[in-house]
Design a protein around this ligand. Structure first.
Ligand SMILES: Nc1ncnc2c1ncn2[C@@H]1O[C@H](COP(=O)(O)OP(=O)(O)O)[C@@H](O)[C@H]1O
Ligand SMILES: [Mg+2]
Length: 298
C-alpha cells in the first residue's frame, strides 16, 4: 500500500479482537488453576497475571508503535538490522515503512545454504539479546516470520507487539549464574536461583540434580562455537518432557518468576530457531556481548 508517495505496511486490528482476547485470557486463568496443582515448584498466580497483562498489551497498537519507534531509533544505521519506521498509528491501526523482501528466516529454515544459516542465525540472536542494552526493550516475539531478509542482506525486524521493558538491560543475574554453571559451580547456581525466586523455599533440590538438568542447556555457551541442530533440541525436550527422565522431576521443581517470563520465551525461541536453522554459531561470544555478568570460558 502507498501513503504520501511511500510504500507502507498497514497492520489493522480485526473487529472483535478485544472480546476474543478477554475470553482467551479467562481460558488461560482456568488452565493455570489446573496446572498449579501438580507443578510443586511453580508459583502460578503471578505468572498468569504477567502473561495476561502482556497479551492484553498486544491489542494496543499505540504501545506497539512506541516500542517500534524506540527500536528504530536504537538501530538506526545498523549494518545488519533494519527496523521499519512508524509512519502513522492509532490504537487499532499501525502504518509502517514497507520492507521489500522475498524471504524470511522461516524460508531460510526450509532451504537456506549453510553459510546463510550461520550468518543469519547469528544476526538474529544478536538482535534479540542486544535489544535491552540498546533500546531498553526486549523484542519478545522471536517467531522466524518476523525476521525478513532484505535484498541488501540486512535483516528487517517487524512485530513489536510483545516487548519486555528492561531499561537497565538484561538482568545481570542471568550472566552471573551462567558463569557459575559454565565453571561447574552448581552450589552457587542453586543459591543464586533460590535468591531470585527460581527455587521456592519449600522446594528441596541438590546441586547434582540441578547440574544434570541444566548443564546440557549450558553446553552451547561452553565452547567457542556450537553446532545447533534439530537433533540436539529434540534430545533436550525429550529429557525434560518424559516423566521417566530425572530431568522431568527437576523441571517440576523450578519456578519462573514473572519478570523472567518474556526473557525465558525469547531464550527458548532463539535457541529453537538456531536449532531449526542448524546454525553453527559463536554462541559464547554473543552471550558475552549481550549478557552483563557473563564471562565466557575461553
Ligand atoms: N513493514 C513491513 N514491511 C513488509 N512486510 C511486513 C511489514 N510488517 C509486517 N509485514 C509482514 O506482515 C506479517 C504480519 O505482520 P506482524 O506485525 O508480524 O503481525 P502479527 O502481529 O499479526 O504477527 C509479517 O510476518 C510480515 O511478513
Ligand atoms: Mg508476526
Amino acid at each position: 500500500m502507498w501513503h504520501d508517495g511511500r510504500e507502507v505496511a498497514v497492520k489493522v486490528q480485526y473487529p472483535g479482537a478485544g472480546e476474543a482476547l478477554t475470553s482467551d485470557l479467562k481460558q488461560i486463568g482456568r488452565a493455570a488453576r489446573l496446572f498449579a496443582g501438580w507443578i510443586p515448584g511453580l508459583d502460578i498466580k503471578p505468572l498468569v497475571a504477567e502473561l495476561q497483562a502482556r497479551v492484553a498489551e498486544e491489542l494496543d497498537y499505540s504501545l506497539e508503535a512506541a516500542a517500534q519507534s524506540r527500536f528504530a531509533m536504537a538501530f538506526e544505521g545498523d549494518p545488519d538490522i533494519v527496523v521499519p519506521a512508524v509512519v502513522a498509528h492509532t490504537d487499532t491501526v499501525l502504518v509502517s515503512q514497507w520492507l521489500e523482501s522475498d524471504r524470511s528466516l522461516a524460508r531460510l529454515i526450509a532451504d537456506g545454504t549453510q553459510e546463510d544459516r550461520n550468518h543469519y542465525g547469528e544476526v538474529y540472536v544478536r538482535f534479540l539479546f542486544s535489544g535491552p542494552a540498546r533500546a531498553g526493550l526486549l523484542h519478545a516475539d522471536p517467531h522466524p516470520g518476523n525476521f525478513r531478509i532484505l535484498p541488501d542482506g540486512r535483516v528487517g525486524v517487524v512485530d513489536y507487539g510483545a516487548v519486555a521493558r528492561l531499561p537497565e538491560g538484561l538482568p545481570s543475574i542471568i550472566g552471573t549464574l551462567m558463569t557459575y554453571a559454565v565453571a561447574d559451580d552448581y552450589e552457587r547456581v542453586v543459591a543464586g536461583l533460590r535468591e531470585q525466586g527460581f527455587i521456592k523455599d519449600s522446594i528441596d533440590v541438590s546441586a547434582d540434580e540441578l547440574r544434570d538438568y541444566l548443564s546440557p542447556f549450558i553446553e552451547p555457551a561452553m565452547h567457542e562455537r556450537f553446532q545447533f541442530s534439530r537433533g540436539w533440541m529434540r534430545t533436550q525436550f525429550a529429557r525434560i518432557n518424559d516423566p521417566r527422565e530425572p530431568g522431568y522431576t527437576t523441571m517440576l521443581k523450578v519456578n519462573l518468576p514473572p519478570e523472567f517470563l518474556l526473557i525465558h520465551r525469547v531464550w527458548l525461541g532463539g535457541i529453537g530457531v538456531l536449532s531449526q536453522l542448524g546454525a553453527d554459531a559463536p554462541f559464547a561470544a554473543i552471550l558475552e556481548e549481550s549478557l552483563p555478568g557473563f564471562a565466557s570460558p575461553s
